[in-house]
Design a protein around this ligand. Structure first.
Ligand SMILES: Nc1ncnc2c1ncn2[C@@H]1O[C@H](COP(=O)(O)OP(=O)(O)OP(=O)(O)O)[C@@H](O)[C@H]1O
Ligand SMILES: [Mg+2]
Length: 241
């Protein structure tokens, strides 16, 4: 199939219509609409408290109270990665990756993909923060998700490890092609990784920006700074030169 035909016929992975969520009378998501085509890599920015995690939890099916507020369609196989790896400390790395799935070979392969071959029998407490997040990525991969949801997965890592994780995540995405919704505070992370960046504002998608630059992208690409400025403006931040 020619690439443009594939684009046109690409099914929708996530469809949200009129999604609304309030806590104690305070509306956080306010009739939000969003479509994510299958295989698209989307980043979600927004101020602290704007409802990014609330949206992600709703899409993950973790928020039962959001049901009925609007219409929500998401794929069956969804994996979620959080800021904290959430590995079970009493299980070895390979057992954490395999939790609830069979197929030890698949677990080993997933660990090899994230650069943790040979660490299968390590305890989570023996891993560095970056290694633990890689194990968490392996755990999500082993389920072959159609949709990968990530809530600031690199937020607790140092800058150098974060850059390495960006390259790894993009590489894994290129190999497996799930749809991705990546929540982040980091505008540069969003524009380097994603093909589309959303800004959540007042309970809806305030800005929906396609990032039309080839991969791998350089953090220093001057053409990316135009996107950066638009996103910062949408976030109400003016850069000091
Ligand atoms: N279970 C809850 N009970 C009450 N209020 C909640 C609950 N979950 C979220 N909220 C409120 O909803 C708002 C949005 O929270 P959310 O965690 O989605 O923000 P966020 O955009 O992810 O912020 P951050 O960038 O700081 O992680 C916040 O004001 C928060 O206090
Ligand atoms: Mg959050």
């Amino acid at each position: 199939m020619a690439p443009h035909t594939e684009q046109l016929t690409r099914p929708t992975a996530v469809r949200l219509r009129g999604l609304t969520r309030s806590f104690e009378g305070r509306t956080v998501l306010d009739g939000l609409d969003l479509d994510i085509p299958a295989g698209q890599f989307v980043a979600l920015l927004g101020h602290s408290g704007s409802g990014k995690s609330t949206l992600l939890r709703a899409v993950a099916g973790l928020d039962h109270e959001v049901a009925g507020s609007g219409r929500l369609t998401a794929p069956e196989r969804v994996s979620v990665v959080f800021q904290d790896s959430r590995l079970l400390p009493w299980r070895r790395v390979l057992d954490n990756v395999l939790l609830g799935t069979g197929g030890e070979e698949r677990g080993r392969a997933a660990l090899a993909e994230v650069g943790l071959a040979g660490r299968e029998r390590a305890w989570p407490g023996e891993l560095s923060g970056g290694e633990a997040q890689r194990a968490a990525l392996a755990r999500s991969l082993v389920r072959e998700p159609e949709l990968l949801l990530a809530d600031e997965p690199f937020g607790a890592l140092d800058a150098l490890t974060r850059i390495k994780m960006h390259a790894l995540l993009r590489e894994l995405w290129e190999r497996h092609r799930p749809s991705v919704l990546l929540v982040t505070h980091d505008v540069d992370e969003a524009i380097v990784l994603a093909d589309r960046v959303l800004v959540l504002d007042a309970g809806r998608v305030g800005l929906d920006l396609a990032i039309d630059r080839p991969h791998p992208r350089s953090y220093r690409d001057p053409l990316l700074s135009e996107y950066r400025e638009r996103l910062l403006a949408a976030l109400g931040v003016t850069e000091v030169h």
